[in-house]
Design a binder for this molecule. Structure first.
Ligand code: 5AD
Ligand code: SF4
Length: 437
């Protein structure tokens, strides 16, 4: 989501006459787009800001702005705590950036100290729908499209509803137009983004007609069979059969669903305010596999949430054994100021114990991923070739519909095209394949 936001920011500033620097060394402004979801993400940003002090000493005109969720969360406090930050701008205020940058420069010329410049108001309607993002450092093949902003699910541990505001969907016409333009420019894959895409909703004629996520997917998939469509993230509480039907109907909608579970214990899920049970979750997994037996499923999980017992933790491991995820993003619980958990629940699992539980989940998932990958050996897949492999110039890599990376000897394959590959070997993270002529 931040990557997509940075592309919107680049578009706003380009229109205002700014250019994107080749390196930090030549920039007048350094804008840092930030995440506030866990404390370590914020600590990394603070570290980066402090590192820039040396550069600012050499070039006194260099100004630093912190954007995104951390700006929204900490507001002008961030400018007090990090003295070399000149302004902060939250996720709904990016249209004000040109005016803010101009003010920073004006203050500079007048040699007045920057007043505290903080644009942090949240909006109930801003979707940046009319802004055509400037694609930053992309590969020209795969792009993100933001389809909605904000979240109001209020999971007990999560800061996002406070930093990104209320949920709002973007006009489907502008989404389809953006996807079509990308396809015409040679892109072959779009990922539709939202905190909870399943609650995407656009009312066309009040009370009469609305576009939901399945209809939106259908419209994007119809653009061209050669345009792959992905999406993230689905909240398990409202993953509908209708969406699965649409996915099954269009081969260019990728066979991959990210379905964050967070915990395998019903007691934890309730405390987390996730609004589903383990039984409901497993039913959704079964529905996915019925509709698309070859669909990959990935997840997010949190270890060591408030009052988590060994039994709760075991339940998470059990769930991992049952679902056998293709990939998992695994986190230690991090207490976030302002959340329900911060107000009402103790952060009572010792840090070492959180680490131990997390490592146990990571080790189990590593085994499962390797076993899953071994089952892929011998299978053939259509792959969208993306570019050179990191390991060797003689090899390329691409992804199959399930979002698995396959590395292969180049031959006559070209990035941006589809090729058929046979999987020949694997590690826990990668499949190694060969072109099928
Ligand atoms: N601590 C740890 N992980 C968190 N996530 C969200 N909030 C927290 C937190 N306070 C994780 C969830 C979510 C992912 C994006 O980040 O697993 O799905
Ligand atoms: Fe956070 Fe829950 Fe919203 Fe996801 S659904 S962004 S975890 S509050």
């Amino acid at each position: 989501m931040n990557f997509a936001d940075s592309e919107v920011i680049a578009a706003i500033l380009t229109k205002a006459g700014y250019g994107i620097g080749e390196s930090a060394e030549e920039a007048d402004f350094i804008l840092i787009n930030t995440c506030a979801i866990r404390d370590n993400a914020e600590q990394r940003v603070r570290h980066r800001v402090r590192e820039l002090k040396a550069m600012q000493n050499r070039r006194p005109g260099l100004r630093i702005g912190v954007l995104g969720c951390m700006a929204e969360r900490l507001q002008s406090r961030l400018m007090t705590e990090e003295e070399n930050v000149s302004f902060v701008c939250g996720p709904d205020a990016y249209r004000r950036l040109p005016e803010m940058l101009a003010q920073v420069r004006r203050n500079e010329e007048l040699r007045i100290k920057n007043e505290e410049l903080a644009a942090v108001e949240l909006s109930a309607t801003e979707t940046y729908a009319d802004i055509e993002p400037v694609r930053l450092a992309g590969n020209g093949i795969s792009a993100y499209i933001s389809i909605m902003r904000g979240c109001q699910n209020y999971c007990a541990y999560c800061v996002v509803p406070y930093t990104r505001g209320r949920e709002r969907s973007r006009d489907p016409e502008t989404i389809v137009r953006e996807a079509r333009t990308l396809f015409e420019q040679g892109y072959r894959e779009v990922t539709l983004l939202g905190q909870n895409v399943n609650s995407y909703e656009w009312i066309v004629e009040s009370g009469k007609w609305k576009v939901g996520f399945p209809e939106l997917m259908e419209r994007v998939a119809e653009i061209d069979p050669r345009l792959r469509v992905r999406f993230a993230t689905s909240h398990p509480k409202d993953l509908s059969d209708k969406l699965l039907e649409v996915m099954a109907k269009y081969p260019n909608i990728c066979r991959c669903i990210h379905l964050p579970v967070q915990s395998g214990s019903n007691r934890m899920l309730k405390l987390m305010n996730r609004k589903y049970t383990v039984e409901w979750y497993l039913d959704r997994v079964a529905a996915i596999r019925r509709a698309m037996p070859d669909c990959s499923i990935t997840t997010d999980v949190i270890a060591g949430f408030s009052t988590e017992t060994l039994e709760d933790h075991e339940a998470t491991l059990d769930l991992f054994r049952k679902v056998r995820y293709d990939y998992a993003y695994m986190f230690k619980y991090s207490l976030r100021e302002g959340t329900y958990a911060w107000k009402h629940l103790a952060d009572d699992i010792a840090e070492e114990e959180k680490t131990r539980r997390l490592n146990e989940i990571i080790a189990l998932q590593g085994e499962i991923a390797l076993e899953n990958n071994r089952l892929e050996v011998g299978k053939e897949y259509e792959v969208l070739v993306e570019g050179e492999s990191h390991r060797s110039k003689e090899q390329l890599f691409g992804r199959n519909s399930q979002n698995k990376v396959i590395v292969f000897d180049k031959g006559d394959a070209v990035p941006g095209t589809y090729r058929r590959l046979r999987v020949e070997k694997c590690t826990a993270a990668t499949l190694i394949g060969a072109l099928v002529q």
